[in-house]
Design a protein around this ligand. Structure first.
Ligand code: GAL
Length: 421
């Protein structure tokens, strides 16, 4: 799915702000309604459960309100982004929608489509309970335009303990690149599929490559690459891309028919040894009845032990919502301690509030909450935080090509070309 430019939206935003709004929060004639339309791509078992926790908390605190759950399926949000763009350009925005911090919010802010939420931050004293760099990543000219539901770690390698034990593989608190390679080879020698992949939505294989790149380049090298200071034709980058194509040779042959969550389930069911995916996979494993540390284990993706690739999930509110007070109450509810805890418990992510007691979360999540505070944080390209939507799309397109032709020259050339735009 392609992302289109939002240039038209500048016009429609102004029009929508002055004319009768047609978002979910208003009725014809501009009367306020008690309805909030919530747009996201959270439709897998764990994603839907986490979203429902937010909706339930909001409804509990605001009896009588109606929430329209307008989720559009498709992991990583490529389908949802497409629908959202059409709605924004058409002047028909949802009252509130899911996005990511950083560059992913750029066009929406450039075009004045998001509601200023600074007063919600002030009223709830969030400036002292949420990390400043994350607030800054959702801000423009001193005003804040989003609230984080939580932060996922993108660079995690999950494994099925039984399958690994059966192949004589034991894993400690990390796995070097060399050890990972040996483990994959052992699994293959035993006739097992080494790595589960479900890239029906291309973000999933893009995520594998992102993790390989971060593992090989480290935090500094990764930031130089996504910041345009290292060329994609750089020998280390090329070596990482080659490593990725090697991994592709070790995945299930039906990978392009599976979604990311089906691949997680395949691993849990013993269909392979490993899966690499952001820690929304944790939510899915738990939702499927798997036990942390018994059925499955996890390490940072090999080589990226010191790095925490952040994938933040944000709700913004529409500047043209017919009921800005109500939508601000939604934002306040998303950032409340209760919602942060309930949401993240189901989702696998880490609450962003530093004053949330995480002791009731799973063992993985408690460790991730620590890592989030102590590791080097870098932004994801795959989920649009580190680069422009244009480069993100170029990455997806190039990964798609690479998956079918293994042509590393063409891959680096395409990315170098896109990075120069
Ligand atoms: C990411 C999002 C996660 C998870 C994942 C798979 O973009 O941050 O919350 O839902 O997509 O759909």
């Amino acid at each position: 799915m392609r992302r289109t430019s939002l240039w038209l939206a500048a016009l429609t935003a102004v029009t929508a702000l002055t004319a009768t709004a047609c978002g979910g929060g208003s009725a014809a004639g501009g009367h306020k309604t008690d309805k909030v339309e919530v747009f996201s791509w959270w439709t897998s078992g764990s994603e839907a459960a986490a979203l429902n926790a937010l909706i339930d908390n909001f409804k509990k605190a605001n009896p009588g309100v109606t929430v329209r759950n307008a989720a559009v399926s498709g992991g990583g949000g490529s389908n949802a982004q497409q629908v959202l763009q059409t709605r924004l350009v058409g002047g028909n925005p949802p009252d509130t929608w899911q996005t990511h911090p950083g560059k992913a919010m750029g066009e929406v802010l450039d075009n004045g489509l998001a509601l200023d939420l600074t007063d919600v931050y002030t009223a709830n004293k969030w400036n002292s309970s949420m990390p400043k760099p994350l607030i800054d990543a959702m801000s423009r000219n001193g005003k804040v335009y989003g609230v984080l539901t939580g932060v996922h770690r993108g660079n995690v390698l999950w494994f099925n303990k039984k399958v690994l034990a059966g192949a004589g593989i034991s894993v400690g608190d990390h796995l070097s690149r060399q050890e990972f390679d040996w483990a994959l080879a052992k699994l293959r020698a035993k006739g097992r599929t080494p790595l589960c992949l479900g890239d029906k939505d291309i973000f999933a294989s893009a995520e594998v490559l992102e993790n390989v790149l971060v593992g090989r380049l480290g935090a500094t090298g990764w930031e130089r690459l996504v910041g345009g200071r290292t060329h994609w034709s750089d020998p280390e980058v090329r070596a990482a891309v080659k490593e990725y194509t090697g991994l592709l040779g070790r995945v299930n042959s039906d990978h392009s028919a599976l979604t990311w969550d089906q691949a997680v389930k395949r691993m849990a069911d013993g269909g392979c040894g490993f899966n690499t995916m952001g820690d929304w996979a944790y939510g899915e494993l738990i939702k499927n009845g798997q036990h942390d540390g018994e059925d499955f284990g996890y390490v940072p993706f090999p080589g990226s032990e010191d790095v925490f690739v952040t994938v933040g999930d944000v709700f913004v509110a529409s500047a043209s919502s017919g009921n800005p007070d109500l939508v601000k109450r939604w934002i306040a509810s998303v950032g409340s301690k209760e919602s942060q805890l309930a949401f993240n418990k189901a989702k696998g992510s880490t609450p962003v509030r530093t004053d949330v007691d995480v002791s009731s979360l799973g063992a993985y999540q408690q460790a991730a909450a620590q890592d989030f505070r102590h590791k080097t944080l870098v932004s994801t390209l795959v989920h649009g935080e580190a680069t422009s939507p244009g480069l993100q799309q170029a990455f997806f397109d190039a990964v798609n090509q690479l998956n079918s032709n293994n042509d590393i020259d063409a891959f680096v050339k395409a990315l170098d070309g896109a990075a120069q735009k």
